[in-house]
Design a protein around this ligand. Sequence first.
Ligand code: NAD
Ligand code: UDP
Length: 310
Amino acid sequence: MKKKTILVTGGAGFMGSHLCKRLLNENHYVICLDNLFTGTLKNIEEFENNNNFEFVNHDITKPYYRDNIDEIYNLACPASPIHYQSNPIKTVKTCTIGVINMLGLAKKNNAKILQASTSEVYGDPEIHPQKEDYNGNVNTLGYRSCYDEGKRCAETLFMDYKREHNLNIKIVRIFNTYGSNMTKNDGRVVSNFILQALKGKDITVYGDGSQTRSFQFIDDLVEGLLKMMNSDSVGPVNLGNPIELSMKDLANMVIRLTNSSSNIIYKDLPDDDPKRRKPDISLAESILDWSPIIDLETGLQKTINYFNHN
Ligand code: NAD
Ligand code: UDP
């Protein structure tokens, strides 16, 4: 395989660090661009002495100049609600000004560019499961809007750069993903439940716990990202695990897998919390020959082991 120079924005974050590792294993030259807002150097310390790896501390809302880039994976953006809501205006800037900067960089380099979009573009969906041709049900005014609308605008910018400049773009809509290198205090449900269970603390289920999500393990996602980048498809393509479960069932599963004595307690449901979420992945199956292979119990066990050791 030809050695490529690949830029990963958000490469010091949860998903980005796994993606960098996979690309390094395939012997590419990897530039990790990150402002360390939610990412950490610890996530990438294992590549420190790898001559094919370079870390650049940079905020994508500022222009970045570089030649000879073959591919860009644009993952930079805080992903957990408490992080993206902590500075919502900055979140919108990252998804718009930052995205324009990365699209400009791709244009100058004639590079392929992939956008890490999200199931949040479907908002609180009225159809189930969600297919790529569903336009979504998104509140423009709420606390989640900076992220949801920011990501929707990013998709628009990608399509317009394709139409206006014939840029080679790819859009994937990623559903809830979990695994090692998730930040332990980012408030997301998998890390919260595992840490609470390991410490014997109460498990905090929001609302009555009947709301659903579909969780994919990080290794499955990384495989999907590479397949998408190497395909002819523009997308958008859903990448997620269609096995859906309620947050109450997730809490019970985590308690069982950790042998925890924790009890479940119920707290207020955050505003605009989507009630159901499940990807239709028939498009990814047919055009990428991709589907997730790691089941939830196996993936959770690996993630529990990671948090246990860290
Ligand atoms: P993360 O917060 O762990 O990683 C995001 C990374 O981007 C961090 O390293 C952070 O420091 C960096 N970053 C943020 N703003 C930046 C900026 N302006 N300039 C440069 N770097 C910046 O989140 P993650 O879970 O790894 O998510 C990665 C991408 O995938 C995000 O774009 C997110 O929206 C998307 N996504 C994630 C999920 C999920 O379940 N984790 C689901 C759908 C989409
Ligand atoms: N959630 C919960 N307890 C927690 C954290 C989250 O019940 O300690 C719920 C949250 O209300 C949502 C689901 O778990 O319904 C997934 O939340 P997360 O923040 O992980 O992702 P998102 O809402 O963006 O899908």
